[in-house]
Design a protein around this ligand. Structure first.
Ligand SMILES: Nc1ncnc2c1ncn2[C@@H]1O[C@H](COP(=O)(O)OP(=O)(O)OP(=O)(O)O)[C@@H](O)[C@H]1O
Ligand SMILES: [Mg+2]
Length: 522
């Protein structure tokens, strides 16, 4: 549905009044090229966002006039070049629901109250046929006050990247984080699921940004919408998800920290083995108890109930394939059954999200991971180089804050040399480096002599030494390799040499290649 793009230079919006129409402007000559001869306005794609374009004689040739909000969301300055292409209006489907963040356009701190119904009417009349994507902003004159409305999410049957705003679209509003505006009469108000100011790195979780955005998009996005909107649309929320991946990659860490990024109820975190109890029926009762609060609140408040999150760490301990345990008692099976019936019950509940974590996805009972149950699967894999940099920064933060980290420490280099290390192994590496630094200070002739703590600074060499002490579980087993070579090889000829060379190449690939995230030579 797109014609090939032409490049245009960014100009300012021709007038203050036009800025508030939230359209973009081109001159008459360029307008004809875009099909503006016949139509009064057309949809154009500008750097990934879709806008409604109109003709204005004040705009120069090969220029597109953008207001300040549009320039900000596109991250462009006056004079920058942008590709402009026409978007066929029919190619974009109507949004079923949209949430917008409401703020002042200027830095104002006086509180005002905005009525969501009135705002909905204004938005429907001023933004009809606009195509909206998350991140796009609009200026609306709300009875004399200029408001900035920023798209938070757009939904059709599920969350989408863009859709058009229509009479049938359900609008909900929430105040922008830290804005003094209050929006009354909008149920989204209660559903600000995430704390406004959380950051993964501050929570001590490194290298999982992509995984997190996956988790949020798939499990939480639909929960931002008011309950009655969801009901009208006949959408059901994701009820469960499974985080899986190798040991030491941060699954338990996420379980412990997830409460810190969410508003509302603290999640219940239980460890799989904790649930199991040797007394008959007790394990099943433990499972039932976990769901009790959510059920009670749902009975009382229905769809208004807050979200209850239940996290099962090491869920493989309780959800092994049924019939797989050898003791023949079947105790395990009944626990799995109990959990399944609770999760299926959630169908009627809608206020529960169950998150299971495991490093043995292969062991999990298949019935548990079917659609409608723990249906969203997110892999928490070994960190890539950038992730390792973040994790190194996290685990050296306290050394740095106390000025115990020497200037010569190059975390980027360490990150590049720690391929296949898990988060836990990188933490171990930092501890080991600190131990090397301590050792340097100990006078072995007089071990009682006090160590001057200010002297215990960690150097790059300490990390180099640590690299030989802490090695990753995945990837090359250096000792095995060296042991196998103890007696050396007798090179019988070209074929033998080829095989050894191939083996060495393989080993290098495992150790250094940036392309293969997980591979090992056994
Ligand atoms: N992504 C990460 N960012 C920062 N630290 C990490 C990360 N991953 C692991 N760590 C460190 O390693 C420790 C152990 O990790 P964690 O217990 O979360 O691993 P896990 O994925 O639950 O492993 P397992 O599958 O064996 O249970 C964490 O407490 C943390 O200090
Ligand atoms: Mg764990």
């Amino acid at each position: 549905g797109k014609t090939s793009g032409i490049r245009m230079n960014v100009a300012s919006c021709p007038s203050q009044d036009l800025a508030k129409t939230n359209r973009v402007f081109v001159n008459i000559g360029d307008g004809e090229g875009l099909g503006l001869g016949k139509a009064a306005e057309v949809h154009v794609d500008l750097g990934g966002y879709v806008y409604l374009a109109k003709v204005d004689s004040r705009v120069g040739a090969r220029c597109v006039g953008l207001n300040a909000v549009q320039r900000r969301e596109l991250r462009v300055a006056l004079g920058d070049e942008l590709p402009v292409s026409v978007v066929r209006a029919g190619s974009i489907r109507p949004a079923s629901a949209v949430t917008m963040e409401v703020d002042y356009t200027t830095k104002r701190t006086d509180p005002i109250e905005i009525d969501a119904m009135q705002l909905t009417e204004l938005v429907k009349s001023r933004l009809a046929n606009f195509v909206a994507s998350p991140g796009q902003g609009y200026v609306i004159d709300f009875f004399g006050t200029n408001l900035l409305l920023k798209i938070a999410s757009v939904m059709m049957e599920e969350v989408v990247k863009r859709a058009s705003l229509q009479e049938s679209t359900e609008f909900s509003f929430m105040k922008a984080p830290s804005s003094a505006i209050r929006v009354k009469g909008s149920q989204t108000q209660k559903r600000e699921i995430f704390k406004a100011d959380f950051s993964f790195e501050r929570m001590g979780i490194g290298g999982l940004d992509k995984e997190f955005s996956d988790i949020f998009r798939r499990a939480f996005a639909s929960r931002v919408f008011p309950a009655d909107t969801i009901k009208k649309l006949g959408i059901s929320h994701v009820k469960g998800m499974l985080l899986f991946g190798p040991p030491g990659t941060g699954k338990t860490l996420i379980a412990r920290q997830i409460g810190k990024m969410l508003n509302g109820k603290e999640p219940k975190v239980v460890n799989g083995p904790e649930i199991l109890n040797k007394y008959v029926g007790q394990s099943e009762e433990n499972v039932r108890n976990l769901f009790k609060d959510a059920e009670d609140e749902y009975t009382q408040r229905g769809e208004e109930s807050e979200l209850h999150i239940i996290i099962f760490d090491e869920i493989d301990a309780i959800c092994k394939q049924r019939g797989s345990t050898r003791d023949g008692t079947g105790v395990h099976d009944t626990v799995v059954n109990q959990l399944l019936s609770k999760i299926d019950g959630v169908n009627a509940l809608n206020n529960i999200l169950v998150i299971g974590m495991t490093n043995r996805k292969d062991m999990i009972d298949e019935a548990l991971v079917r659609p409608g149950r723990l249906e969203v699967h997110v892999e928490i894999s070994l960190p890539d180089e950038q992730g390792r940099q973040q994790i190194l920064r996290i685990h050296t933060a306290s050394m740095r804050d106390n000025s115990l980290l020497e200037k010569d420490v190059n975390l980027d280099e360490i990150a590049s040399r720690t391929k296949n290390y898990s988060g836990a192994e990188i933490e171990g590496l930092c501890k080991s480096a600190a131990a090397f630094a301590l050792n340097r200070q100990i006078d072995f002739r007089d071990i009682h002599k006090a160590v001057d703590v200010k002297q215990v600074t960690v150097r790059h060499d300490d990390f180099r030494n640590a690299l030989t002490e802490v090695t990753p579980a995945f990837g090359i087993g250096r000792d095995d390799f060296e042991n196998a070579l103890l007696g050396g090889f007798i090179h019988h000829g070209v074929r033998m040499q080829d095989i050894v060379d191939a083996g060495r190449g393989f080993r290098e690939e495992v150790q250094y290649s940036q392309r293969n995230p997980l591979m090992s030579v056994l």
